[in-house]
Write a protein that binds this ligand. Structure first.
Ligand code: ZN
Length: 280
């Protein structure tokens, strides 16, 4: 089973040092949208979609406040659909999309794959379709699901996975892909665990933003810490789940490769591993 690590969009807000922990205060920081494209016997499975074609054509739909704060750079060249075609696949090969949550920087590519099944936690879909007053901005009026996707809702509960609950999706195919609920950033936020030949890969979505947050004691550049507190639906749950991820990293770091959606270092680390594997 082959996994491609894609960057499906970038943000370049001011203050590199406060965002990436390095670089100048006046330099622009770098935040990526780390998505996965998993080759399975039943076609491609995408984990998150970053920004999509319509975001690149009409960035205004992302909202003026988000654009002013985060300086997103949606581009056609970095959409999942373009990168998948560059890898030699057709858009129709994407049979399933698994979303960690439906924030605009994770769900932007949904309209580019209207026939795919979109897997997510039921609580996230309920909130996105009928948001609380304080959550309306994050779902941008439903711009990313006007095409009425083939939603596949999953409940919580399920089996134990390293002390976390987990829900196996796509039981009919060879790939073992699990939702690992990590509520807090949004009401129905989930991690996605994928079994690989080298152990497990856990895409943690926005459960943390910087690799330093998995260390004990954790570190995080101040703007990222502020942003996470600001955007959490349930900040207590978010912090508790981040603590559990730190414990997971400490105890099982040799069996589980963990990554989040927005850390450029983790994306480069995975690209370096892929290049080394191709060279041997
Ligand atoms: Zn995000």
């Amino acid at each position: 089973m082959r996994i491609h690590h894609l960057n499906c969009g970038s943000f370049c807000p001011h203050g590199a040092r406060l965002i990436n922990g390095e670089g100048g205060l006046l330099e622009r920081g770098r935040i990526v949208c780390h998505c996965l494209a998993i080759e399975t016997a039943d076609g491609l499975v995408l984990v998150d979609t970053g920004f999509g074609t319509e975001d690149a054509r009409n960035p205004r739909q992302l909202g003026s406040m988000f654009r002013a704060l985060m300086n997103p750079r949606p581009e056609i060249a970095t959409t999942a659909i373009e990168q998948i075609e560059a890898l030699g696949f057709a858009p129709g090969d994407v049979r399933h999309i698994v979303t960690t949550h439906l924030d605009l920087d994770h769900a932007g590519g949904l309209p580019d794959f209207p026939d795919a099944e979109v897997h997510l936690l039921a609580t996230e879909l309920a909130e996105a379709l009928n948001p609380h007053l304080n959550e309306r901005l994050r779902y941008i009026g439903g711009a990313h699901w006007r095409h009425d996707p083939n939603w596949v809702e999953h409940g919580t509960g399920g089996d134990d996975w390293f002390g976390f609950e987990s829900v196996r999706i796509l039981p009919g195919i060879d790939a073992e892909i699990l939702l690992v609920p990590l509520l807090g950033h949004s009401r129905g936020h989930t991690g996605v665990a994928v079994k690989t030949a080298d152990g497990w890969l856990l895409h943690c979505g926005d459960a943390y933003f910087n690799h330093g947050e998995l260390s004990t004691p954790p570190t995080c550049p101040p703007v990222l810490r502020f942003f996470q507190n600001l955007t959490a639906s349930d900040n207590k749950a978010r912090k508790r789940n981040q603590e559990r991820l730190r414990e997971l990293a400490a105890r099982h770091g040799d069996e589980i490769t963990m990554l989040c959606a927005h850390d450029p270092h983790e994306l480069e680390r995975e690209h370096a591993k892929s290049s080394a594997a191709t060279a041997t």
